[in-house]
Design a protein around this ligand. Structure first.
Ligand SMILES: Nc1ncnc2c1ncn2[C@@H]1O[C@H](COP(=O)(O)OP(=O)(O)O)[C@@H](O)[C@H]1O
Ligand SMILES: [Mg+2]
Length: 248
C-alpha cells in the first residue's frame, strides 16, 4: 500500500477543478455537442463569474458543477475528490454538505417560515433542532433579515426572498456557493444590494461561482470565465477590494 500523496499548497486551495469536460445531448437523431472540453480551476475564496449568451451552455455547466447532471466525458474534482467515482448516495450527501445552491427564482418553500426555509438543508444533514434554530437565526441576521424569521416567503419582497435563499445556501457551511442568475428576477437597485451581499460573504471567506448572461456584472468577479462555442476563456480581474461601486 502506498501512502497518499500530500497535496501541494496550490492543490490544497483547489475547490473545483474541471478537466476536459464534454457534454453532448443526444435526442433521437439529433446530436448536440454543448461543452467541448472545459478546463476550469476555482480556488478557495474566489468570486468567479461564468458569462455566456443564452444557449451557450451555462445551465449545462452549472448542472454538472452542482452534480445534478453528469458529463459525457472528462473529470470533475471537488476538493481533490473525483466526483465520477461516487455512488448516488455519496453524491446526494456531498451535494447537500458541500454545495450551496441559489437560483434565479429563489425556490423557497411557500408554506414554510423564513426560519424553516433556512433550516431545510440542515434538516437533511441531520443537524439537531437546537443547533438548526441557532444557526438559522445567526444566518438570517447575517443577510439582514433577523426580524423576519416568522414570516412566509409570500410576505416578503423578491430581494428579501433572495436573501433567505442565500442564508439557506450557507446553512451547512458549504465548500462553495453556486448561484444561477441570482439577480435575474430583481430590479436594478435590489440586484445591486444582492451583489453587495455576495461581496460581503466573499470577503468573509465564501467561495462563489455565479452564472450570468449579464456583462454588466463582469467587473464584480475576481475571475471571469467566458463560455462561447462550447469552450471557455478566462480573464483575471484586478482585485477591487470588495468590488466596484454597486450604487448605494
Ligand atoms: N436536456 C437537453 N437535451 C437536448 N439539448 C439540450 C438539453 N439541455 C440543453 N440543451 C441544449 O444545449 C444548449 C445549451 O443550453 P443551456 O445549457 O441551457 O444554455 P444557457 O443556460 O447558457 O442558456 C442549447 O442549445 C440547448 O438547446
Ligand atoms: Mg440557462
Amino acid at each position: 500500500m502506498t501512502a497518499p500523496m500530500e497535496p501541494t499548497s496550490q492543490e490544497a486551495l483547489s475547490i473545483v477543478k474541471l478537466e476536459d469536460i464534454c457534454k453532448t445531448y443526444v435526442t433521437g437523431e439529433l446530436i448536440v455537442p454543448v461543452l467541448k472540453g472545459i478546463n476550469i480551476d476555482v480556488m478557495r475564496g474566489e468570486f468567479v463569474g461564468i458569462l455566456g449568451s443564452s444557449g451557450s451552455g451555462k445551465s449545462t455547466m452549472l448542472n454538472i458543477l452542482g452534480m445534478l447532471d453528469v458529463p459525457t466525458s472528462g473529470k470533475y474534482l471537488l476538493e481533490r475528490q473525483h466526483v465520477e467515482t461516487l455512488s448516488d448516495t455519496e453524491l446526494a450527501t456531498i451535494r447537500n454538505r458541500k454545495i450551496g445552491f441559489i437560483f434565479q427564482s429563489f425556490n423557497l418553500f411557500p408554506h414554510l417560515s423564513v426560519e424553516q426555509n433556512i433550516e431545510v438543508p440542515m434538516l437533511y444533514a441531520g443537524v439537531p433542532r437546537k443547533v438548526r434554530r441557532e444557526r438559522a437565526i445567526e444566518l438570517s441576521r447575517q443577510v439582514g433579515l433577523g426580524h423576519r424569521l416568522g414570516h412566509r416567503p409570500t410576505q416578503l419582497s423578491g430581494g428579501e426572498c433572495q436573501r433567505i435563499a442565500i442564508a439557506r445556501s450557507l446553512s451547512n457551511k458549504p465548500a462553495f456557493l453556486l448561484a444561477d442568475e441570482p439577480t435575474g428576477n430583481l430590479d436594478e437597485k435590489t440586484s445591486a444590494d444582492i451583489i453587495k451581499l455576495f461581496h460581503e460573504l466573499n470577503a468573509s471567506g465564501s467561495t462563489i461561482i455565479m452564472v450570468t448572461h449579464n456583462p454588466a456584472l463582469e467587473a464584480h468577479f475576481d475571475k471571469v470565465i467566458y463560455l462561447r462555442d462550447g469552450r471557455v476563456s478566462e480573464h483575471q480581474n484586478i482585485n477591487f477590494g470588495g468590488g466596484p461601486d454597486v450604487g448605494e
